[in-house]
Design a protein around this ligand. Structure first.
Ligand SMILES: NC(=O)c1ccc[n+]([C@@H]2O[C@H](COP(=O)([O-])OP(=O)(O)OC[C@H]3O[C@@H](n4cnc5c(N)ncnc54)[C@H](OP(=O)(O)O)[C@@H]3O)[C@@H](O)[C@H]2O)c1
Length: 258
């Protein structure tokens, strides 16, 4: 099983959880030292983990990763597209920051699509594979201040849903997981989230494991479904509610450049 973004948060917790269930877990992220530390911890607990450092914004590096993984293991049975980057910043603070759009697309969309396309042929050939992609309830809520981030996650959400329709005949399935707030280093810079109810990385990992076992097309939190229904039934009401919410929730110091 290959997990991207395994050096931290949901990815690291998922790696521990699947290794405890006997999977040989391939750990991918940029920070090699953190991956080696996690692999050693998994090894000490009786599990098996291998480390493949890779920057998922670098297409050549992804192609090398795919070649190495296929050479070492043949096919990958399970892929968890978890690595990601979130940006929460209002549009009016973003006019001269087009790189926010480029950076989120690079790691949240182009990277996982390139990796999945590299690993998919071997999965289809062996007649089995499951791909879990960690997206966000934002694809249903369309929350203000997250235009770059949510658009990149929505692109991945759509891409895997369509890939699922093409690959199901070959035994390959896909799950999009639309997580709400999870208490990880990603959300630490946002003061707005302090004290908010959030999942722990361990609970998030348990949900990922369930999706690896049960292979549902999508996994939602209830609030995401409510948001999706409101946005579908009454887009005007959805826009109004989110407009009011946007006014009440200021940009973080980090987003303002503090
Ligand atoms: N936390 C939440 O509330 C929340 C909610 C919904 C969805 N999500 C999604 O959940 C996923 C995991 O996030 P998290 O909350 O666990 O955050 P996190 O602790 O910050 O972990 C992010 C992971 O992505 C990796 N990563 C980032 N850029 C990379 C790159 N260019 N190449 C390779 N790896 C890269 C990081 O590793 P390196 O720095 O070592 O490369 C790290 O392991 C993300 O896709 C995020 O969008 C999170």
């Amino acid at each position: 099983m290959l997990i991207t973004g395994a050096s931290s948060g949901i990815g690291a917790a998922t790696a521990r959880a699947v290794a405890a269930q006997g999977a040989h877990v391939l750990l991918v992220a940029r920070r090699a030292a953190a991956l080696l530390e996690l692999a050693a911890e998994i090894g000490d607990d009786g599990g098996l983990a291998s480390v493949y450092p890779c920057d998922l914004t670098d297409f050549d590096a992804i192609d090398e990763l795919v070649a190495q993984v296929l050479d070492d293991h043949g096919a990958v049975d399970y892929l968890v597209n978890n690595a990601g980057r979130s940006i929460r910043r209002s549009l009016h603070l973003s006019y001269d920051r087009f790189h926010d759009v480029e950076r989120t697309m690079a790691v949240n969309y182009f990277g996982p699509v390139r990796l999945t396309m590299g690993l998919l042929p071997a999965m289809r050939e062996q007649g089995f594979g499951h791909v879990v992609s960690i997206v966000t309830w934002g694809v249903q809520m369309r929350a203000p201040k997250f235009s770059a981030y949510i658009a990149s996650k929505s692109a991945l959400d759509q891409w895997v849903r369509i890939a699922a329709r093409e690959a199901r005949g070959d035994g390959v399935t896909f799950t999009s997981m639309r997580f709400g707030l999870v208490r990880t280093p990603m959300v630490a810079p946002t003061e707005e989230y302090e004290g908010r109810r959030a999942m722990s990385p361990e609970d998030a990992a348990r949900a990922v494991v369930r999706c690896l076992e049960e292979r549902p097309p999508v996994w939602n939190i209830p609030a995401g479904v409510v948001g999706e229904v409101v946005n579908f039934l009454s887009p005007r009401l959805g826009d109004y509610l989110m407009y009011r919410y946007d006014q009440m929730a200021p940009d973080s110091r980090a987003a303002r450049g503090g």
